[in-house]
Design a protein around this ligand. Structure first.
Ligand SMILES: [Zn+2]
Length: 312
């Protein structure tokens, strides 16, 4: 059993101000907990390569890709610290490279898992991706890392069925916008609703299995969504690869959302997904970090998630 972790120091150079919860310290918290938990020694450590902009353009418009590149590079020349994309999404001069590493990790992990070099992989990267739509960076996200990997799997590797599982507290509106109606992709998610970005409930496409949940939902509400909705749909779909938008902001200690998951819930959800992958997809899972803003809860939850991926 080989589980890899993909990351890169460039992912810590993108930052949006001291006040911002999507902070480089998130990746440090994950590293600290990996070492404390002593599971680090069982993981294959890999550097995230830079994505090729052509890989991004399988899901994003050329204008959306150019926007991040040009505004990030312009900051190096102007001496200004930040360019504001929207109220809570900013660029600094390192953002372009960090975003290429984040998407590059997802693509490289997909290549390695499909080549049979690895059983599965976790990408400890930022910026996150699932709010990024074809034309627009938003919600702390610049490029949609998981969507780029999914398109890479279908268009380059020729896979016919890829499942995208999103357990972030927020709805993955960007991923939905990219794949709604695409028969090669099944997206399964739950999310707090009503809540940012206030999408996912208005007649989703038939390949979007969305379950909005009210604030204060905990594991007892989430687990039946997995067993009664996700697992039957995944069994019928028979994915050849599972991609996970792994956000940990539905944790009960995470103030970004108001849901009540704990580490044991993340472990259990991951175990269910690994079982699906073992049955249908030769065990192939690529998981990519999305949200998770309480640093301690994030680190502990990622460890629980990786333990389940690696069957430790
Ligand atoms: Zn989130």
């Amino acid at each position: 059993m080989t589980t890899a972790i993909y990351t890169h120091a460039d992912c810590q150079r993108h930052e949006m101000g001291d006040w911002h919860p999507e902070t480089p310290a998130r990746l440090e918290a994950i590293e600290d907990q990996l070492i404390l938990s002593r599971i680090d020694q069982f993981l294959d450590r890999r550097e995230a390569p830079l994505a090729d902009p052509a890989e991004l353009e399988r899901v994003h418009t050329a204008a959306a890709v150019d926007y991040v590149r040009e505004h990030s590079h312009a900051l190096s020349l102007s001496g200004q610290s930040y360019h504001s994309v929207d109220g809570d999404t900013l660029l600094n001069k390192h953002s372009w490279k960090a975003a290429l590493r984040a998407a590059g990790a997802a693509v490289a992990a997909t290549d390695a898992v499909l080549a049979g070099e690895l059983d599965n992989a976790f990408c400890a990267v930022r910026p996150p991706g699932h709010h990024a739509t074809p034309a627009k960076a938003m919600g702390f996200c610049l490029f949609n890392n998981v969507a780029v990997a999914a398109r890479h799997a279908t268009d380059v590797h020729g896979l016919e069925r890829v499942a995208v599982i999103d357990f972030d507290v927020h709805h993955g509106n960007g991923t939905e916008a990219i794949f709604a109606g695409d028969e090669r992709v099944l997206m399964c998610s739950f999310f707090q609703h009503p809540f940012f970005p206030n999408s996912g409930t208005d007649a989703p496409a038939h390949n979007m299995l969305n379950t909005p949940l009210p604030a204060y939902s905990g594991g007892d509400a989430v687990r039946p969504v997995v067993t009664d909705r996700w697992l039957p749909a995944l069994a019928a779909f028979k994915p050849e690869l599972l991609l996970i938008s792994a956000g940990f902001d539905a944790h009960r200690e995470d103030d970004m959302g108001q849901m009540g998951l704990v580490e044991a819930d993340y472990a259990w959800i991951t175990q269910q997904l690994v079982s699906v992958a073992d049955r249908h997809a030769q065990g192939r899972v690529v998981s990519v970090l999305e949200g998770g803003y309480n640093l301690s809860a994030l680190g502990r939850s990622v460890v629980a998630h990786i333990r389940a991926l690696a069957k430790l």
